[in-house]
Design a protein around this ligand. Structure first.
Ligand SMILES: Cc1cc2nc3c(=O)[nH]c(=O)nc-3n(C[C@H](O)[C@H](O)[C@H](O)COP(=O)(O)OP(=O)(O)OC[C@H]3O[C@@H](n4cnc5c(N)ncnc54)[C@H](O)[C@@H]3O)c2cc1C
Length: 413
């Protein structure tokens, strides 16, 4: 077997990876230009081309396909949020993940194995009751469970009875799950490209020119294009791109780090998170334990990772699963997250008439990839903002209509 593998690896006649066509020359104009070839930009391109018949679309990506936060996230998919607007939105996200592999004809490895958030105090239990009631009201699979049920759901967990972080119960979200992040992006890219969408990798947007209230030209390091409509979906750099377009966004950048261990035999079926310990864990389909936590406590637009965060994540993980103490870490990384004041995204209109926003995805936007793509495409195609994304409008910050999701976002993502 190893020889067969070696022979295969050294063969000259490998079929090139032709799922995504090579970057073509830039045309002078497109119906739609999308700034950012992450999951969100690619999903919007897919829905524009497949559901609305808009095929003259250019996705402009400064690096390689989906190499931003889409490549760096820990793939938690869930809808156990706090506000009705968010629950409704993320519930549709979860259901779109349920059919994504069939819809795209591309296996995104969606695994709906439930998410368990731990309570180590009575105050947390009370907040879980509120979240469970909000979730049930909006039709999400979420309930408060006691310590005995936590033990049944996660038999290897350290319950820390009598200790500082004793597990008193949890919030069990049976709809939660994970998917393969690259596959989500590649699936959307492949299907969009089949309809004629052009994906321009290594193409950096350097300026955005406008006249009156309309964007007229997008300048890139490979040439200048015109576009009837423009979608901004630039992940961690959304604040900077909006400034190129001439307006500020209420966004600050914080690094978010994660790390992964060597593969282990399956022992962790659910996703487990603890806000008190600022740690969450999920076992990937390869057996690796993916460990994530809270953002770095300072603003920075950088993807470097730090030793102190590695130490903090290891501490949390070892508290929950002490038997991991001999396990080796394979990788650690960071992404730049575009955080809004209320921990909710910004979708829809911008101060410019033909320039649309899909921003502020911070530490929680992977799960929204299909639903944001679907409704941003509808917005661009019809010029009308659908009800489901209307609460996330930029002008909510002027109207004091914030959607505070801080409590539902902390250390679960
Ligand atoms: C460590 C970590 C863990 C996370 N965990 C989760 C999780 O468990 N669940 C969850 O739901 N979310 C999670 N997130 C958040 C999630 O990754 C993001 O919200 C989501 O991937 C955003 O997707 P996107 O397509 O908008 O952005 P991105 O994937 O970042 O894509 C934006 C693209 O825009 C490109 N771009 C930027 N500037 C320019 C320019 N000038 N010209 C051309 N292109 C440009 C970038 O190169 C990038 O590829 C996590 C994030 C991190 C960093």
């Amino acid at each position: 077997m190893p020889f067969a593998l070696l022979r295969y690896g050294l063969r000259r006649a490998h079929r090139p990876f032709d799922d995504i066509p090579p970057t073509p020359p830039l045309r002078q104009s497109y119906d739609v230009a999308i700034i950012g070839g992450g999951g969100h930009g690619l999903a919007a391109a897919y829905y524009l081309s497949h559901h609305h018949g808009i095929r003259s679309v250019a996705v402009l990506e400064k690096g390689y396909l989906a190499g931003g936060n889409t490549a760096r996230n820990t793939t938690t998919i869930r809808s156990n949020y706090l506000t009705q607007a968010s629950i409704r939105f993320y519930r549709e996200a979860v259901s779109l993940f349920g059919t994504m592999s069939q819809d795209l004809g591309f296996n995104v490895m969606f695994s709906q194995r439930g998410q368990l958030t731990l309570a180590h105090s009575e105050a947390t239990m009370r907040s879980f009751h509120l979240r469970a009631e909000m979730g049930k009201h909006a039709g999400t699979g979420v309930e408060v469970v006691d310590a005995r049920t936590v033990r049944e759901l996660c038999p290897h967990l350290n319950m820390d009875e009598g200790g500082q972080h004793e597990v008193l119960g949890g919030l069990w979200h049976k709809d939660g799950g994970t998917a393969r992040h690259d596959a989500v992006a590649w699936g959307y890219a492949k299907r969009a490209a089949e309809k004629g969408v052009e994906i321009h990798q290594r193409t950096t947007v350097t300026a955005i020119r406008s006249q009156g209230d309309r964007v007229t030209e997008i300048v890139t390091d490979r040439g200048t294009i015109r576009a009837g409509q423009v979608l901004q979906a630039a992940g961690g750099l959304n604040g900077q791109i909006a400034e190129l377009a001439g307006f500020p966004l209420p966004i600050r950048c914080f690094p978010l780090q994660a790390m992964v261990t060597q593969p282990l035999k399956p022992f962790l079926h659910t996703l487990v998170s603890s806000a008190n310990l600022h740690t969450y864990l999920v076992q990937s389909s390869r057996g690796e334990i993916v460990i994530g936590g809270g953002s770095d406590p300072y603003q920075l637009a950088s993807t470097r990772s730090t030793f102190d965060q590695k130490e903090a994540l290891a501490q949390g993980a070892l508290h929950l699963f002490p038997f991991l103490h001999n396990v080796r870490l394979l990788r650690q990384w960071a992404g730049i997250t575009d955080m809004t004041p209320d921990y909710s995204p910004i979708m829809g209109a911008s101060p410019l008439a033909n320039y649309w926003l899909d921003a502020g995805w911070g530490t929680w936007g992977f799960k929204a990839t299909p639903v944001a793509g679907k409704y941003m495409a509808e917005t661009i195609a019809t010029g009308r903002v659908p009800d489901i994304i209307a609460p996330f409008a930029l002008d909510r910050f002027d109207r004091f209509a914030l959607l505070n999701e801080m409590g539902a976002t902390a250390a679960s993502h």
